[in-house]
Design a protein around this ligand. Structure first.
Ligand code: AHR
Length: 539
């Protein structure tokens, strides 16, 4: 029996000019299967691994298209139900998936963002441009206070990316003082005048974004010099907060797997090893989208099995990429103090027909749900090094959780996967071994089955099992060493077609259905539907 190893290939960079008692588990199946591939899954709960950090389920919200405006912010005078301008429906949906952190304001937008434009009376704020994303007007009505109100409403941590590309260390430092200090400085008084006397808490600080590209076209050496300056001067100015819960600083990391990206990781990690005391770096970011080639041309709906297989094959390259950069990091940081933070990931397809190409609008199908599960499982297997990740992006942009159109809102298949994975947040990884088998489509061969297992804080065992094969069901026989399972309970997500989507008019095409699995003769077996994501807890 082999532990699954993800197949890997070269990953394309983000590039731009522009843009596991030894019982067998039983089952409830929604439909009878004539034949099913059999896979034996062994879980050894006595050998716990790393913590699956809840921050692996982070989100990214950039000022891009309708990600912020309309997606989150409708303004206090909107007829759409809102709290201080922030949509109530969106807040409720996000609370249900227990978002651990939200990265803001970008992306490429971050390195053109000047925070002072987004504070003070709304009607007096500067009106600026968003050159990266459609060249549209940026009204700055959603700024620091609105973002912090939003993270407070959804109960999450703020991950703020400061402007390195076109800003200054002073600008960034003052933003952090404005946000965090408890002392009566001029900036703190200004924060109070703007409605928030209490200091805010910032969980994560991103020191620039893609500084090798849209964040300033810097060489690794040049960025390193900036990183040292920014990470020294831009800090949490609230000692009480620091003692309790440190703000973690994340440096810009690689955008792919080719040699130049290894050089980037080498440069930053080596320098950090040599002088770790003089500048902080808690994380190194990695950006990697699932895109077959640039510019993204694959359709987000209306595709067939060939595109399904190719996209999923491509997404599995994430494993190779993480292995590659983790190996470099291990050289300079064998104790794994610096986390690898995959703070931009997800599928990137052709712009939705009729949409503004700069708004990165795409549909979200069952394929994306499976893609999300495969990536989340890769992150979980690397949980000792990968301690946070942010899917791009939260609302209305790229592989979104939620789509809105005026007063309407729909939850995507990806949203449902994030909800099903909530029990894995801050759980402990448990090794699971199985022979994945293969699923073949044309030139593409993929593992048929993927799975992870984890124990939650209460000691309950959870499993996620994906059946990648769109045509064949899979019969899982589960052995759990040290436990005598009696039943299993959970949910499965599938749909009629690989490109099934949820729409405003038909929002329940791709939604999870309950699965309840009972022991028969002390044995439990579970039949997975084709093209499905299943999460179960074992009793
Ligand atoms: O998520 C869209 C863009 O992709 C981000 O702005 C940028 O950081 C990345 O290249």
């Amino acid at each position: 029996m082999a532990i699954i190893r993800m197949l890997s290939q070269r990953r394309l960079p983000v590039a731009y000019a522009f843009l596991a008692s030894t019982a067998l588990l039983a089952v409830t199946v929604t439909a009878p299967f004539a034949t099913a591939q059999k896979v034996e899954l062994s879980v050894d709960a006595s050998k716990p691994g790393a913590k699956i950090d809840r921050n692996l389920f982070g989100q990214f919200a950039e000022h891009l298209g309708h990600g912020i405006y309309e997606g989150i912010w409708v303004g206090p005078n909107s007829t759409i139900p809102n709290t201080r301008g922030i949509r109530n429906d969106v807040v409720a949906a996000l609370k249900a998936i227990k978002v651990p952190n939200v990265r803001w304001p970008g992306g490429c937008f971050a390195d053109e963002y000047h925070w002072r434009n987004g504070i003070g009376p709304a009607d007096k704020r500067a009106i600026t441009l968003n050159p990266n994303w459609g060249g549209v007007i940026e009204p700055n009505t959603f700024g620091t206070h609105e973002f912090m109100d939003f993270v407070d409403q959804i109960g999450t941590d703020a991950y703020i990316s400061v402007n390195v590309g076109s800003g200054t260390p002073r600008e960034a430092s003052e933003w952090l003082e404005y946000l965090t200090t408890a002392q009566q400085t001029t900036l703190a008084k200004e924060r109070a005048t703007n409605g928030h006397p209490e200091p805010y808490k910032v969980g994560y600080l991103g020191v620039g974004n893609e500084t090798w590209g849209c964040g300033g076209n810097m060489t690794p050496e040049y960025y390193l010099s900036q990183l040292k300056i920014y990470s020294h001067f831009v800090r949490n100015f609230n000692p009480a907060q620091q003692e309790k819960d440190q703000m973690l600083k994340i440096a810009v990391g690689p955008g792919g797997g080719e040699p130049q990206w290894s050089e980037w990781t080498e440069t930053i990690m080596k320098a950090h090893q040599q002088h770790p005391w003089s500048w902080d770096m808690d994380g190194l970011s990695l950006h990697s989208y699932t895109v077959v080639k640039w510019p993204p041309a694959f359709k987000s709906m209306g595709f067939g099995e060939a595109e399904y297989a190719q996209i999923l094959k491509t997404t599995l390259e994430m494993d190779d990429l993480i292995n590659k950069h983790s190996a470099i990091m291990d050289k300079y940081d064998p104790q794994k103090k610096v986390a690898l933070i995959v703070d931009e990931w997800g599928a990137w397809y052709a712009p939705f027909p009729g949409s503004n190409p700069g708004f990165l609008v795409q549909q979200n199908s069952l394929r994306d749900a499976i893609l999300a599960a495969l990536n989340l499982n890769i992150f979980a297997r690397h949980a000792d090094r990968v301690r946070a990740a942010n899917i791009a992006q939260m609302i209305n942009v790229l592989q979104a959780m939620i789509m809105t159109d005026k007063e309407k809102m729909v939850l995507t298949p990806t949203y449902h996967v994030f909800k099903m994975y909530v029990p894995f947040q801050d759980s402990t990884f448990v090794p699971v071994s199985f022979d994945a088998g293969t699923y073949k489509s044309g030139a593409f061969t993929l593992p048929r089955v993927d799975a992870i297992a984890a124990k939650d804080k209460a000691g309950k065992l959870w499993l996620e099992i994906t059946n990648v094969d769109p045509n064949e069901p899979v019969e899982i026989a589960l052995n759990v060493a040290g436990i005598n399972p009696k039943s299993a309970l959970g949910e499965t997500l599938t749909a009629p077609k690989v490109d099934s989507v949820n729409t405003f008019d038909a929002p329940n095409t791709v939604v999870p259905k309950p699965v309840s699995v009972k022991a028969q003769g002390g044995k439990l077996t579970l039949k997975l539907e084709p093209k499905s994501v299943t999460v179960i807890s074992v009793e």
